[in-house]
Design a protein around this ligand. Structure first.
Ligand SMILES: [Zn+2]
Length: 90
């Protein structure tokens, strides 16, 4: 993940139209990707994440960030496990 964002930043800084909106968007995406998600963001994506897990879908970078957060945050982990149990039962 770090390698990709570094590559994007290189692309951005070497691009001659770096003032374009597209360039700015790529730069913003590359920047935000390195930040950790907070609980509210994880909570908002929890259902989507659980569905992806239940369907054994390949995890995107975003999904992996959620998984990472769940490993370090007991509160969100509990929410996730409750949601997962509900979805499995449904
Ligand atoms: Zn959390």
């Amino acid at each position: 993940m770090k390698r990709i964002t570094g590559w994007l930043k290189n692309l951005f800084s070497s691009s001659k139209d770096h003032e374009s909106l597209f360039g700015k968007m790529i730069y913003m995406l590359a920047s935000t990707r390195e930040e950790e998600l907070n609980c509210a963001q994880v909570y908002a994506l929890l259902e989507q994440f659980s569905e992806a897990v239940l369907r054994h879908e390949p995890l995107t970078d975003l999904m992996m960030s959620i998984e990472q957060h769940l490993n370090v945050c007991p509160d969100c982990r509990e929410e996730y496990e409750t949601l997962l149990a509900m979805m499995k039962a449904a």
